[in-house]
Design a protein. Structure first.
Length: 255
C-alpha cells in the first residue's frame, strides 16, 4: 500500500525529503509548476519546465513515480506578450502529465485570460488540470473559475479544484458535478478531521477527494498525506481512507 501526494513542488524539496517519502511507503507524487518570482522572459519559463522534468530523474531514481505538471500559476504571470509564454506551456504539456498549477488568485481580467487560454490548451491536448484557489475570497473566485471552465467547455471530470475548505458554500458548487476535490493538509489550510467532515456530510465525495501536502517553498510537511491516512483510517476504515490518499489521485491522472 503506497501513498500518492496529489500536489507538491518538489523543486523546493531536499533529497532528504524525497528519501523520507520513500521510507514512509509513498509510491509517488505530482510535482507542479510554481516560481516565487514571475519569469522575466520565455527562456526562464522554459528552464523552470526543464527543471520540473528533471525531477523524474532526480526523484524517480529513488523508485518514486513522478507525475509532472506545467503551467503558469496566477501569482507568477509574466509581463509582456503572454502568447509566447502560452506557447511554451503547450509545447511542454504534450510531454508531461497534467496542467498545473494554474488558477486564479485575485480574479483579475489578466488572470482570467491566462487561465482560460491554458484550459483551452489542456482541452486540445486532453490533459487533466489542477486548479489553484486562493485563501482570500475563495467562494467568489471559485465561482469565476467554474465560469471559465464552463466557457472553455473543458469536462469537469478533468479538473481538480484545489485548496478547498470544509465549507458548504464552496462544496455545494462542485460536489456531484464531476470535479475532483483537492484538500491540502497544511498549517492554515485543512486538517485530516476536516476531510473526514466532508466525507460524512458529502458521502458521494469519497470517490473524488484527493489529499495533498502542497509541500515546497513554504512551511509544510512532506509526510502530510501519510499522516492524514493514519487519522482517516481510524474513523472510516483503511479501504475508504486509501481512496483519498492514493487511488483517487491515480484515477484522476488516468482520466
Amino acid at each position: 500500500m503506497g501513498f500518492i501526494d496529489g500536489h507538491l513542488h518538489s523543486v523546493f524539496l531536499s533529497y532528504y525529503d524525497i528519501e523520507l517519502m520513500v521510507h514512509s511507503s509513498y509510491d509517488g507524487f505530482v510535482t507542479l509548476a510554481y516560481t516565487p518570482i514571475p519569469p522575466s522572459n520565455v527562456g526562464s519559463l522554459r528552464d523552470h519546465f526543464e527543471h520540473l522534468m528533471f525531477e523524474k530523474t532526480r526523484c524517480g531514481g529513488t523508485g518514486l513515480r513522478v507525475y509532472v505538471g506545467v503551467g503558469i500559476h496566477p501569482r507568477c504571470i509574466p509581463s509582456g506578450d503572454i502568447g509566447s509564454y502560452l506557447g511554451i506551456v503547450e509545447e511542454y504539456l504534450g510531454n508531461t502529465d497534467v496542467l498545473g498549477e494554474v488558477g486564479l488568485e485575485t480574479g483579475s481580467d489578466v488572470e482570467v485570460r491566462v487561465l482560460e487560454e491554458q484550459l483551452r490548451i489542456a482541452k486540445r491536448l486532453d490533459k487533466p488540470v489542477i486548479i489553484h484557489t486562493p485563501r482570500a475570497n475563495k467562494h467568489v473566485i471559485l465561482r469565476r473559475i467554474i465560469d471559465v471552465v464552463n466557457n472553455v467547455g473543458l469536462p469537469s471530470e478533468l479538473v481538480v479544484i484545489d485548496h478547498l475548505l470544509p465549507s458548504p458554500i464552496l462544496l455545494d458548487l462542485i460536489v456531484g458535478r464531476g470535479y475532483w476535490l483537492g484538500f491540502t493538509i497544511q498549517p492554515g489550510k485543512v486538517k485530516a478531521m476536516d476531510v473526514l467532515w466532508v466525507v460524512k456530510n458529502y458521502p458521494e465525495s469519497i470517490d473524488k477527494i484527493i489529499v495533498n501536502s502542497d509541500s515546497g517553498l513554504y512551511p509544510c510537511n512532506p509526510l502530510a498525506v501519510k499522516e492524514a491516512y493514519e487519522v482517516l483510517s481510524e474513523h472510516m476504515g483503511k479501504a475508504d481512507a486509501y481512496k483519498l490518499v492514493s487511488l483517487n489521485a491515480v484515477r484522476f491522472l488516468k482520466s
